[in-house]
Design a protein around this ligand. Structure first.
Ligand SMILES: *[C@@H]1O[C@H](CO)[C@@H](O)[C@H](O)[C@H]1NC(C)=O
Length: 475
């Protein structure tokens, strides 16, 4: 059922960069009806009104007839070549009785609002409207992303942040791409720049691209609060709603967790999943987001003690979640049978129906968890006792203590090596951490070596799947 052409395997051994493009949706274009309070662009009998206080940078693409334009104190029109305004002599026959149309002067929309961005893997995909789904944190530009403000368009964005700056790889404005810090700094201080980026926090370009083939952390965890403050969560009705890392809202669907080793390539794997599953008719309504996240590790689900990188696949179907669960199962099955070639060491999934990939179901998992919990508590109590006891053994005066025999018996029965072993297991969360996790740790170095070796090929990498798809689009 899940047979894979060998060609797909080959892609997974070749490196590619993991750049994503994030495009800002709102604009301040004269031609965009949604920017006018009457819902329509003013015509020859109308008065076009820009409120006095509003600092607007409005883009005008073509010529427009108006009766009158009232301009703000501080603003600009960016005129496309050939664009302009003219006044109609008498009445404009194609226009109504004449109204005063006001260019909307609401607040500038916020940079950290995930609903105002579109994500795509290539510029071509951006143009074709072939967007990727992401969790809320990653919908907003990440540190390695290329930010795009549409050409032939102006905008106004509120970049207010509690951070001192907003780092990204590059920013494109009006078709010009800024990659150098000083150049973009200059632009921000220009008249247009100050009208378009309206806040004290500077967007800085020049962050390195993601050179790790296994993917890079978005870096927006520090902005989680600000991002989520712009999101209104819908109520969910599934049995066990899931909260993926980096998402603001609980959701119905499935989350697949992939533990990887050297040789894993995120972008190729994303393509593989698209090619194997997402193009299938039954998965047409699926939204799938895949990224590297840093999941915080917790001792007994409570005490945080660090983070571990893993690939998170978030699957939504806009309905009950059964379709998501089916896809999650397909992905796990595929990863388990081809994992060694893909650089995948272990895969699990959680579905909002309550089922998961843990064999024996969640109740068995809970039992294991409780057993480990009990063992850990026993260990935590016993270890200090034994340690004290061991110290006591070296002191010649202690053997006269009455409690001595029982303690000695205990010490003999409990192998110290075993205790050490138990402790180690105790730190691994028995439900969420599979044994494969441990083998990941030495693998980290390998991954880095690998990324360096792969970078060169990555530059010249042409993804045949994409080309195929692109030609599909043009045909
Ligand atoms: C007009 O603006 C709205 C909201 O900002 C945006 O969603 C839409 O794509 C714009 N329309 C065009 C034609 O660009």
């Amino acid at each position: 059922m899940l047979k894979t052409p060998d060609v797909l395997m080959v892609f997974c051994l070749v490196g590619a960069t993991n750049a994503l493009y994030k495009q800002w949706i709102p604009d301040t274009n004269y031609e965009n009806k949604t920017n006018w309070d009457k819902g329509d662009v003013p015509c020859g009998n109308d008065i076009a009104l820009f409120s006095v206080q509003r600092k607007t940078s409005a883009f005008v693409e073509t010529t427009h007839a108006v009766r009158e334009i009232r301009l703000p104190i501080d603003g600009e029109f960016i005129l496309n070549s050939g664009a302009g305004f003219y006044v109609v002599n008498g009445q404009d026959p194609g226009c109504g009785a004449g109204v005063t149309a006001q260019f909307k002067d609401s607040e500038s929309p916020q940079w950290f609002n995930p609903a105002l961005w579109q994500t795509a893997a290539t510029l071509n995909d951006l143009q074709n409207g072939d967007f990727l789904f992401s969790v809320h944190e990653e919908s907003v530009p990440c540190q390695h992303d290329d930010v795009v403000f549409k050409a032939l368009s102006s905008f106004s964005v509120d970049t207010g942040s509690i951070q001192s700056s907003i780092p990204v790889k590059s920013v494109s404005v009006l078709g010009k791409m800024f990659e150098r810090k000083s150049e973009f700094y200059q632009y921000l201080n220009s008249h247009s720049g100050r009208l378009q980026f309206q806040a004290s926090t500077a967007v800085t370009v020049g962050s390195p691209s993601c050179k790790d083939p296994t993917g890079c952390d978005c870096g927006n965890a520090v902005n989680h609060q600000q991002i989520c403050s712009t999101v209104t969560c819908k109520s969910v009705s599934c049995k066990m709603p899931l909260l993926p890392v980096g998402h603001c809202c609980e959701m119905c669907g499935a989350v697949v967790t992939i533990h990887y080793a050297a040789g894993f390539n995120l972008q190729n794997y994303r393509e593989r999943i698209r090619h194997l599953f997402l193009i299938l008719p039954q998965y047409k309504s699926i939204q799938l987001g895949m990224s590297k996240v840093l999941k915080s590790q917790r001792l007994m689900w409570i005490i945080p003690f660090g983070t571990s990188p893993e690939i998170q696949v978030v699957i939504l179907d806009g309905e009950t979640g059964t379709l998501s669960e089916a896809l999650a199962q397909d992905i796990v099955k595929d990863a388990r049978s081809h994992g060694s070639k893909l650089g995948i060491t272990d895969t699990e999934f959680q579905a909002s129906s309550g089922s998961s990939s843990n064999q024996g179901g969640s109740s068995a998992g809970t039992v294991v968890g409780v057993v480990f919990a009990v063992l850990l508590v026993i260990t935590l109590i016993v270890v200090p006792v034994v340690l004290i006891r061991m110290g006591v053994v070296q002191m010649p005066s202690m053997p006269s203590m009455p409690s001595m025999p029982s303690l000695r018996r205990f010490q003999r029965n409990t192998d110290v090596g075993d205790l050490g072993g138990t402790l180690d297991h105790g730190f691994d969360n028995p439900i969420f951490d599979k044994p494969g996790m441990l083998s990941d740790i030495p693998g980290l170095n390998e991954t880095e070596r690998n990324s360096i070796a792969l970078t060169q090929t990555g530059v010249h990498f042409i993804n045949p799947v994409y080309n195929e798809n692109e030609s599909d689009f043009t045909v």
